[in-house]
Each structure stands twice: as structure tokens, then as C-alpha cells.
Design a protein around this ligand. Structure first.
Ligand SMILES: Cc1cc2nc3c(=O)[nH]c(=O)nc-3n(C[C@H](O)[C@H](O)[C@H](O)COP(=O)(O)OP(=O)(O)OC[C@H]3O[C@@H](n4cnc5c(N)ncnc54)[C@H](O)[C@@H]3O)c2cc1C
Length: 404
């Protein structure tokens, strides 16, 4: 599992969404990622759906190529040809929060109809996610690293029971609804319950990486990029004060290097650097590591742990808005001379920038899927509906071929 994906909570945009066009907004901003993640992370579930519900029992691979409120479009590939098929959800999606359940419902229906034994990765993931707990805690310290980066320390409550599960361990930071100061969720929080909450009571939030965990104190540090008041999490972080309550749903991890990895390529913008720092803390001194890091300007570099085997290439946007220099990272990765035969490429950052890097390492460098964990940590607002088609063309069809 390499991403904050389809069987998981939708983004803050979805949690917030209440306008009539919320579905269209969600599909435009998140649809491409949902389709891509289904194809890359849950290829076996997509194949099950394509075979059983798409009417292509002999298919050896399948990929989603479209998603809307009523269902999915897929391409199933069998020995004869590629077949486009349409599979409708059990009921039309009327709230973005329903997409996860609707997609999973297809897998469940395919399993029932087929009568086949087994568990796809999607079904396994659901079982794993349902075991994730929610910690209720509060802010115990706030420190400005620079004007666009704030370290917030959480502690107290039941956080002493927290156990990180990877160097990039991340949590969904659940915050009070806009305009409120008290949490509307507790330890019993579940994503399935959110659609049933009154809209005014729904929590807001986003995923953040646990930069440091101090078990003896029961405290963890998170580095929040402050990108203004356009997002509820950034707006909250900019005003956070000691005593403010939060709930943390997690942890989860994307770090999953294959056993034969002999070289690490770590790629990140500001949002992914806490995870990169965690990896540098983890890897032994003999590890060979290349880091490519994008920040707004040299003044906004983040402190990274010293590692004897790491070289760091800092890239500056020259003050340009985050998410607008989409070629910076890929150009730098392209010019790297890799130091191993079995690299593991890991990182997080803006969706389009990371897509470019993923295409490069998969298509041009030939990295296998399991050696690439490049996660879209956020998406620049310029992304549009076209992204769904682009992602389907990029990841979906490729995934179908690979699965075959
Ligand atoms: C696994 C994972 C780990 C993450 N770890 C961290 C972390 O440690 N630190 C961190 O700061 N972020 C991290 N992120 C990214 C963070 O979740 C997103 O930036 C998130 O969108 C912030 O939510 P929001 O409510 O502020 O904005 P949203 O409501 O999601 O977005 C509102 C607007 O802000 C823009 N936007 C969102 N994020 C940024 C940004 N970083 N810069 C510029 N514009 C932005 C969007 O394009 C949109 O237009 C992580 C994400 C994932 C998936």
C-alpha cells in the first residue's frame, strides 16, 4: 500500500464539501488520484470487478479509466482484446464522502457474485484501516521555524499509547469544524460515521507526518507548511495555541522498500521533507541515499539529519508559488546518476510534480511499481477535470498492462 488512498478518508476538501456541486468539485480535485490509486494499489480488486461485474470473465488485467457519481468506466484486457466496460454503483453517490464506500461496494458485490474465495488488497486494506485508532490530545508547544513553517507539538490525552509504524508515519489531524473550538469527534471516531454527521459538526483536517515522537514524554512534533487561509488545516496551524484540542487518526505509512534495495532516492517538496528527514534518521550509515528537495527559497530549507551516505540537492522555486514549478523535481531526478541497480524511490509533494517524477522513474528508468512510493501529498488548485483522463491514461492503462 503506497498511498493515502481510496479506502481511506477523502481529503479535507471532501470533508468540507457541502455545496450542490460538491461531487463535481471532488471529482475534479480528487478523481484522478482515486482512479490512479485504485489502479496502482488495488489492481487485483479492479481486476475482480472487471472480470465479474464488467462481464469479462477471461480478463487478465483491468484498469479504471473514469469515475463519476453513478459508477466507474473500466478497460478489461483478455487474450482477444481490450474491452471497455461500465459498472454502476449500488446507488448514486450524493456526497463525496460516499465514494470510498461506493468503490468498496463494487469489490464486495464482485466477491459475492463470483463466490470466489480470497481477499484482494482493497479488502485487506479495509480490515487494516478499521483497526486504526484515534488519539485525542492537544497542542503543548508551538514554534515558528520560518514564516511558512510551524512546528506544533502534541501531547497529553491518550497520546502516550501512540506507536509510530514507519519513518514517515503520518496521521490525519482532525480539527474542530470551522468557527468552533471544541472537537466534535472522540476516540470512537470512524470515517464511515462522518457522512451521517450534521455538516456543521463534521471535523476538518489533513494528513501530516510525525516528524519526531518522544515516547518518554508522550509527545510528537509535526511540521505544518503555512500556505495561508485557503485550507482549514493551514489556517488552524497558523493560529494554533497551547491547549487547542485535536484528534489524530493513525498512524499509517507509505515506506515499503523492497528487500533488495541498494540505493534510495528521496524526492520531496516542503510537505514531504518531514518524511524524508524521518527516513534519514532511520537508514543505517552505510546506506546510499540521494535527496532531491524543493523549497520556495534557500531561506526555507528544512533541517535534515546528517547522514554520511546522503547527498542532498536543494532546488529553489525562487519564491514562486508552491505547485507552479512542476518540472523542477523531475528535471533534477532526471539528471541524477543513480548509484545502485535496485533503487527505491520514495517521497511526497505536489501531485502533478510527483506524477512527472513517477512517470520518469517508471517509464524512463524502468523502476518496478513496488520500488516507487511517490505520494501526492497535496494538489495545486490549477488541476482540473482533465487530470482524471490524464491519470487514467498515465497510470491506469499502464497498470492494466503491468497486471497482465
Ligand atoms: C501522507 C501525507 C503526509 C503529509 N505530511 C505533511 C507534513 O508533514 N507537513 C505538511 O505541511 N503537509 C503535509 N502533507 C500535506 C497536507 O496534508 C496538505 O498540504 C493538505 O492539503 C493541507 O490541508 P489544508 O486544509 O491546509 O488545505 P486544503 O483544504 O487541502 O487545500 C486548500 C488549498 O490550499 C492549497 N494547498 C494545500 N497544501 C498546500 C501547500 N503545502 N502549499 C501550497 N498550497 C497548498 C490547495 O491547492 C488548495 O488550493 C501531507 C500529506 C500526506 C498525504
Amino acid at each position: 500500500m503506497t498511498d493515502a488512498a481510496t479506502t481511506t478518508p477523502p481529503t479535507a476538501a471532501a470533508v468540507e464539501a457541502s455545496e450542490p456541486d460538491a461531487i463535481a468539485t471532488y471529482l475534479a480535485t480528487d478523481g484522478a488520484d482515486v482512479v490512479a490509486r485504485m489502479n496502482t494499489d488495488f489492481a487485483d480488486a479492479v481486476l475482480l470487478v472487471g472480470r465479474v461485474l464488467g462481464g469479462r470473465p477471461e480478463a487478465t488485467s483491468a484498469a479504471l479509466v473514469g469515475l463519476d457519481a453513478r459508477g466507474v468506466d473500466a478497460v478489461a484486457v483478455d487474450a482477444e482484446d481490450e474491452h471497455r466496460c461500465r459498472v454502476d454503483f449500488d446507488e448514486e453517490v450524493t456526497d463525496p464522502l460516499m465514494f470510498t464506500a461506493a468503490l468498496l461496494g463494487l469489490v464486495v458485490r464482485a466477491r459475492e457474485v463470483s463466490g470466489e474465495e480470497g481477499l484482494t488488497r482493497a479488502e485487506q486494506e479495509v480490515a487494516r484501516l478499521s483497526a486504526i485508532r484515534t488519539f485525542v490530545t492537544s497542542v503543548v508547544a508551538v514554534e515558528d521555524v520560518h514564516p511558512h513553517l510551524r512546528q506544533i507539538t502534541f501531547g497529553g490525552g491518550d497520546l502516550h499509547a501512540f506507536v509510530p509504524n514507519g519513518p514517515d508515519a503520518f496521521v490525519y489531524v482532525l480539527l474542530p469544524p470551522p468557527g468552533r473550538t471544541e472537537l466534535t469527534v472522540d476516540q470512537s471516531f470512524s470515517w464511515e460515521a462522518v457522512p451521517d454527521m450534521a455538516e456543521a459538526d463534521r471535523p476538518v483536517g489533513a494528513y501530516y507526518t510525525v516528524r519526531r515522537w518522544r515516547p518518554e514524554a508522550g509527545e510528537l512534533d509535526v511540521l505544518f507548511v503555512l500556505h495561508g487561509d485557503t485550507g482549514p488545516a493551514s489556517a488552524w496551524a497558523a493560529r494554533a495555541q497551547v491547549g487547542d484540542p485535536v484528534a489524530l487518526w493513525g498512524p499509517r505509512t507509505s515506506w515499503d522498500p523492497p528487500a533488495d534495495t541498494d540505493h534510495y532516492v528521496l524526492v520531496a517538496d516542503e510537505t514531504g521533507l518531514p518524511a524524508v528527514a524521518g527516513v534519514l534518521d532511520l537508514l543505517p550509515p552505510e546506506a546510499s541515499i540521494q535527496v532531491v528537495a524543493e523549497v520556495a527559497s534557500p531561506a526555507e530549507r528544512q533541517d535534515l539529519p546528517d547522514h554520511p551516505g546522503a547527498t542532498v540537492t536543494w532546488l529553489s522555486r525562487g519564491g514562486a508559488e508552491a505547485g507552479t514549478a512542476t518540472h523542477l523535481l523531475v528535471d533534477a531526478v532526471r539528471s541524477l546518476e543513480w548509484r545502485g541497480d535496485h533503487p527505491y524511490v520514495f517521497g511526497g509533494g505536489e501531485s502533478r510534480a510527483l506524477t512527472e517524477v513517477r512517470r520518469h522513474v517508471r517509464d524512463e528508468r524502468g523502476c518496478p511499481r513496488e520500488a516507487v512510493s511517490l505520494v501526492a501529498y497535496w494538489r495545486h488548485a490549477a488541476d482540473t477535470d482533465d487530470a482524471v483522463e490524464a491519470a487514467a491514461a498515465d497510470d491506469g492503462v499502464e497498470a492494466a498492462a503491468a497486471a497482465g
